[in-house]
Design a protein around this ligand. Sequence first.
Ligand SMILES: Cc1cc2nc3c(=O)[nH]c(=O)nc-3n(C[C@H](O)[C@H](O)[C@H](O)COP(=O)(O)OP(=O)(O)OC[C@H]3O[C@@H](n4cnc5c(N)ncnc54)[C@H](O)[C@@H]3O)c2cc1C
Length: 383
Amino acid sequence: MAALEAQLLPLYEALRLIPNLLLRSDWRLFPLIAKFSPQALPKLLPQLPKLSQSAGQILDRTVQDPFVRALFDLECFLLSGLTAHDTVAPEMAFMFGERSQSVIDYPMGGSGAIIDALVRGLKKFGGELWLNQHVEKIQVERGRVTGVKLRSGEVLQADTVISNATLWDTCNHLLAPEDLPKPYRKKALDTPVLESFMHLHLGIKSEGLENLTGHHVVVHRRDRPVTEPGNTCMISIPTVWDAQMAPPGHHALHAYTMEPFEPWENLDQASYKQRKQERAEPLFLALEKVIPDLRDRIVLELIGTPLTHKRYLRRHRGSYGPGIKAGRAMFPGCKTPIRGLYRVGDSTTPGIGVPAVAASGILCANTLVTPAQTAEAFIGQGR
Ligand SMILES: Cc1cc2nc3c(=O)[nH]c(=O)nc-3n(C[C@H](O)[C@H](O)[C@H](O)COP(=O)(O)OP(=O)(O)OC[C@H]3O[C@@H](n4cnc5c(N)ncnc54)[C@H](O)[C@@H]3O)c2cc1C
């Protein structure tokens, strides 16, 4: 692991010197870095070859030990949904850097607290948030965006529209086929789709679980791929850090594992219910490794399937995101062939995960303004 760190930490050191708020998707990023973070460039130059490498390539030239290799593969899968040879090296560099050189924070109040902070920021700068407004169509005339049509029938006129729906949902549902050049549309819709998930949300009695820890990963069989549905189970118990997330005397648990979407299509109700119990079983077994008498403690049990995931998150096939493999393709940027239409979120650069998605928003926002405006906002933030 030390050998891997020696490869990945210098890449992290170089990348973290680039202030997030300066990110933009064109060459005009470089003069901004030179002006505001000149120390980043000499550190970044020797690391440039690693930017396009896979984490697996770095693994191959540093580690032979089978256990460490398997562990690294698992860590890559937990982050990207792909094994080490398909995961980009900078992604893992950030994971190694953040966990060895930074504190790991937990948002008190759960992920809702992050959303509240974002909404406060939006309002502070004059933004307005409309909830429960399903966008039916993005309106396009002669290759230029003109606004959006809501499900209510209301039309909002706009010169600029930014879609945070996935690549597939944007290209397939929000736009009409004729709005996009055929090759662009085909390439977008052909982008590999990562699997969906089985979820288990439980409320359990917490008595006697005083020494419980909050995060666990259970790999049921080391002789099977970590990517195999049901084999790798992730467990998160937020009430370990924030007791207010459950009524007194209880813990809230979330366990999940990857699960393909296809077998869930077109099931009758009885088969759906049966499959749901069967495919949740690896999650129960994983939780029992952490809390052996789990089943006696349950007061609330909610099982989510790929269909649930698709419905509530409104994502194409309930997918984790695009399965874009390192070295074979790049995540698309925020620009589209339609003038005034931009895309952000986990099917754009830099990719999947909350920090990456936040960066995609910054990339897009800065692409819409001049570098001078970016610089002004950056100085205003007091860096
Ligand atoms: C089980 C699980 C665990 C994860 N764990 C982590 C983790 O520990 N750390 C991490 O960094 N990342 C994690 N991720 C990944 C991370 O959650 C995602 O990459 C990220 O949330 C994607 O953000 P997004 O804004 O691109 O998409 P989404 O979060 O899917 O947001 C898209 C939004 O658009 C809305 N929408 C869609 N269509 C329309 C429409 N037509 N009109 C109006 N609104 C619409 C949806 O309702 C949704 O709110 C995890 C993901 C999963 C599924």
